[in-house]
Design a protein. Structure first.
Length: 380
């Protein structure tokens, strides 16, 4: 397939692997921030082909996984109301709340609809002026601009029956929190390329300098990831800690000024709790006062929720890179994509889902990164 096959070329991959093997002299721990990168790494067996001692720690960059439980419960509460049409991307429907998920609400008669764009939800609001239409606005800097644009449009067009349930998160404060953690083992980051397409590189040099950690902006195809790893280990071996852009075909230093302007108009930065991780200061966005009337939390007054996490689920440890998914006792037994205990098993970007999809038939050793190199899914 043009534009994709070029980035999984086996000969180029071999050369990058050779370069990485020739560069590395000691163990290093790198974190790929985004769940899309995690899936690419596990799918292609990249972690198993790296030099012994190079560990890829899977980061918290899965938007579905980090959406806090109380926000899921608020979504369930709002979606259950008879006057509401609740619109969401499909991957949120199976995310477990305290006792049920959006599929269950739908089966109980709730009007829950899967849409492919927030603008679809706005159109539904126009078509149903006597109903309240809510869009579940979650995600990182990647999904925040279109959601901001939709609220902007709602205000401009005077569509008063539309609102957004907001749970947007920002990557740089999460990197800061990971580096400040006493358990942190991360020595370099592969930053999420699509986030930087929107936000540019401006937030990273200060982080790299303060934590003395290399940050390499990396794409999602196998060769993109290998190039990110190659640059990161080169910096580590040389004792450097700079910001590098290994994804220049999509990322420019300034990002997208238009998207940033829309974010600045519609949202304001706020503290945000990350599911499984906890509160991270200034790590989220909420609607700014000028758009507060479009905030579903205010409109429906869903406060004082009592939340209850599964006692079996260890997704918090997975999201912080403290364990690999197959080290959770419930992995593949009581927790599967059909019956997930945690969001990391549901999402198409979740680490548990990646291991279930590509590694569940591997031996326990081969499922991890430090075990045997047998059973590798090779590139090409
Ligand atoms: S395998 Fe399931 S129960 Fe275990 S951490 Fe992952 S989502 Fe949670």
């Amino acid at each position: 397939m043009k534009y994709l096959d070029e980035f999984s070329d086996p000969e180029l991959a071999r050369r990058l692997f050779d370069d990485i093997h020739a560069t590395v002299t000691r163990p290093w721990a790198l974190m790929e921030v985004c769940g899309g990168q995690t899936h690419s790494i596990i799918r292609h067996g990249i972690d198993q082909l790296l030099p012994e001692g190079i560990e890829l720690i899977h980061g918290p960059g899965c938007p579905v996984c980090v959406t806090p439980l109380d926000t899921i419960d608020k979504a369930l509460e709002i979606a259950s109301r008879p006057d509401v049409i609740f619109c969401s991307f499909g991957d949120m429907l199976r995310v477990p709340g305290s006792g049920r998920d959006l599929f269950k609400v739908k089966s109980e008669g709730g009007d829950v609809r899967v849409v492919y764009s927030p603008l679809d939800a706005l159109r539904i609001a126009q078509q149903n002026p006597d109903r309240q239409v809510v869009f579940f606005g979650i995600g990182f800097e990647t999904t925040a601009p279109p959601n901001a644009m939709t609220v902007y449009q709602a205000k401009k067009l005077g569509i008063a029956n539309f609102s957004l349930l907001v749970s947007h998160v920002r990557v740089p404060p999460a990197i800061d929190a990971i580096m400040n953690s006493p358990d942190c083992r991360v020595q370099a980051f592969l930053a999420a390329g699509h986030v930087c397409t929107v936000m540019g590189l401006g937030e990273y040099p200060e982080l790299a300098e303060r934590h003395r950690v290399p940050i390499v902006v990396t794409g999602f195809e196998p060769l993109d990831i290998l190039e990110g790893i190659r640059r990161a280990v080169r910096q580590l071996e040389a004792g450097e800690h700079t910001v590098e852009n290994a994804y220049p075909r999509a990322v420019q230093a300034e990002g997208s000024p238009a998207a940033q302007a829309m974010l600045a108009d519609v949202f304001e930065v706020t503290d945000r709790a990350w599911r499984g991780i906890g509160m991270i200061p200034a790590s989220g966005w909420r609607l700014s006062p000028a758009y507060r009337q479009y905030d579903a939390e205010y409109r429906f007054s869903v406060t004082g929720m009592h939340t209850e996490e599964s006692t079996e689920c260890r997704s918090g440890e997975v999201l912080q890179g403290l364990i690999k998914p197959h080290e959770c006792e419930a992995f593949g037994t009581t927790c599967t994509p059909r019956n997930p205990l945690g969001a990391t098993m549901v999402s198409s970007e979740g680490a548990c889902a990646a291991y279930y999809l590509y590694r569940r038939l591997a031996t326990p050793d081969a499922a991890g990164t430090a075990g045997t190199r047998e059973g590798v899914t090779s590139l090409g």
